[in-house]
Design a protein around this ligand. Sequence first.
Ligand code: UD1
Ligand code: CA
Length: 403
Amino acid sequence: MSRPLRAVLLAAGRGTRMNSDRPKVLHEIFGRPLLDYPLVSLRQLGVKRPVVVVGWGKEEVLSHLPHGVVDSVTQTPQLGTGHAVQAARRKVGGFRGDLLVWPADMILLQKETLSRLLRGHRESGAAVTVLSSFRVDPTGYGRVLRRGGRVIGIREELDADEAEKRIHEVNTGVYVFEPRALFRALEKIRPKNRKKEYYLTDTVRLIDEAGGRVEALPYAPPEEAQGINSQADLASATRILSQKNILNHQRQGVTIVSPEQTFIAPEVSIGRDTVIYPWTFIERGVRIGRKCRIGPFARIRSGSVIEDGAVIGSFVEVVRSRIGKKVLAKHLTYLGDATVGAGTNIGAGTITANYDGLQVGDKAKTGAGAVLTRGTKIGKGRVFVGVPARPLNRDRSRGSRKS
Ligand code: UD1
Ligand code: CA
């Protein structure tokens, strides 16, 4: 059974615990603001025009939202997650279908997990289904309260007693609601808690008390059910995302010498039998071929394509460049906006900066410390040396070797 699906993304909070001038949802992981991650997942789920609740740092957050594909509403002041959903009422109050509510700081949730949640919600016919997760250390999260297995509410950490704090089933903050039941319950919530906020979590108890069916499905694996509240959480989410990407590359036959010392962004492709040495950072969208050697200490930035068999060695940075097959750039090099032909040997210390399309022909070579200036084109098989770099005369070099 398929019902129409809409979503509300909560992004109005200040993110006090980040201790930062920047609104929390604009902090970045692998070059993208946090806000982008749930937006991408919502698009993958087929949600049309999600409603984003903005408030703190509104102008800045709005300027990061993609144009024409999302709706936004403003929540001022920010009085809690329940209050935030109320701000979206004029957009989704009359909607009849499944309403997904998602806090923008839960960026690790995968589409498959959400699809399962939606299926579960549709099958049980619940008025609200909470996406929950079992965490070894549940500290900081709302706990799912059950009586005889049946969900009866959610208790925030600050308001929990000792017995409740021992509950390991936590609220991810993601729910599917039947909108009428949700907005009826929201009218009844009161800020009677330690934070004096309007808690969205209270709607679970209120829907239960009003006779609606309430479910919690523990479908979120712990590594996905991690919100970002602090700088430490931001770092840990980055690591989780990178390690997940690394595992996928390993399954595809890529050798990653030391995963903990390697960062690989999403949307990167790497061919089999390529070896990635430690302390390497690979940005979004990079494509690396087969049998390459990358690192140690390499930085491959967005817009780069590294073809089969190339060697990008220690202290080499590559950005927006195409590095041909079997190119050797083994040490101390910056290759920006360059197209490097197959088999080229890039000498130590080579820098191609502020260039639009430097061209180095197949099997060409540059000497150590060579400075290639504007307009230089290195032809096939040629050798360039010096400052500024000039072609090395083959005959003379052979002659000098003889003497
Ligand atoms: C919330 C849940 C908690 C759950 C946790 C999981 C409540 C009361 N608690 O706690 O049960 O375990 O998420 O991640 O809901 N926001 C607004 N307006 C506001 C306040 C918050 O838009 O007035 C947004 C924030 O930008 C954020 C999201 O709502 O994206 C969650 O707020 P946050 O303060 O991080 O809630 P938690 O304390 O993590
Ligand atoms: Ca949070």
